[in-house]
Design a protein around this ligand. Sequence first.
Ligand code: PHE
Length: 461
Amino acid sequence: MSQATPKAHQQAGNLWSSRMAFILAAVGSAVGLGNIWKFPYITGENGGGAFVLIYLACIALVGIPVLIAEVMVGRRGGQSPVASMRELTTAEGTAKGWRLIGWNGIIASFLVLSFYSVIGGWALAYVGKIASGVFTGADAATIGGAFEGMLASTGDLLLWHSIFMAVVVLIVGRGIRSGMEKAINTLMPLLFVLLFIMVGYATTTGKFGEAVSFMFSPDFSKLTTEGVLKALGHAAFTLSIGIGVMMAYGSYLPQKVNIARTAMTIAFMDTGVALLAGLAIFPLVFANGLEPGAGPGLIFVTLPLAFGQMTGGVLFGTLFFGLLLVAALTSAISMLEPVVEWLEEHKGISRAKSAFFGGLAIWLVGIGTVLSFNVWSDIHPLGFLPYFEGKTLFDLLDFLVSSLMMPLGGLAIALFVGWAMQRQGLDDEIGLKGAVYSAFMFVLRYLTPAGIAVVFLYNLL
Ligand code: PHE
């Protein structure tokens, strides 16, 4: 049984030291591969400025409402997602089925970290590769070959995955203030500095204007239904909502902090980083006559090629992969937190031990992802089903988390807060008053669930 009591962290004073500390941690979680790799290229593919407008609407109508609801549930429950949901369903007299939200959070964050760590390892590997100068002047075939070669080597992938996971465990194991807050207070300013340096470097390429118009000139003729749905899906993914991470972070949020205002700040900063990342990347791509819609290869093949041809490419390439690494690391830290918080309270073991054993289990599952790129690349666990043909274990995990557990989790949180919880006192907890609160509730009850449901069904079909 749980060792924790209601609002356990509030009583113990085990909280983020300030509103700013929470904002940095949450922005650290939100800013990840989604911002630096995915956002720029889906923007380019879906009509630039038109897509950005739709994306902003999705952030407002789905992203921010669920973020507010999730952080609020976390703070009100004050424990791990599992215990918080148990607490709240009892206190609110709702159906016990809502408790699945908590379990969904623990399991999804466990699974997502198992493969995120492998990709984070690539960023780590690339810091070293670019710094060593091996890509300087190299041609596309050599650079593509280097990426393929890395994926083909079980030993290499395992090594980087292990180092990345070890760093995450060391940070999370030291606790909210002495581990995570300390690390985040160093890493996030570093991230912003690196990002600004990269944007500055991009302005020297002579193609900055082209990148700006590529990203911002609205071309509604290029915007398809699929693009709208992508914008919505990405709005949820980029804010780290639906898998218990923001709930876990919210459980350490001091009672006096205004959740609504804080959530808006987080969403604003996350979007700002995504836009700046595009402005850092596309000028380099255009200056070297490369393909902006190159997908996964954009970061690990196209960009190294660009850096290999530019003055200062070794230095700025190293800084860029440092930026990617920092972004991945602060997201990974947040993914371990729900698992550690749960182990701590449920098993009654110390934080350090919880981080170690939780991290070890995640690392072990991550080996499945490592092998998916080489030894097991021909193994397609659900390949007999039409949709899963040719999909590796890694593809399956990604699908399970990103297409099922995250949207369903977000939907359930919106419905739980919008419909199941008693409204008395909610306005106070959320920090909105009067008409603004009513408008928020309307969005959370109707628009948010409808939006998520549409994307969810679309992705499945
Ligand atoms: N928001 C992160 C990104 O954009 C991914 C993430 C998802 C982080 C879920 C934590 C939880 O890359």
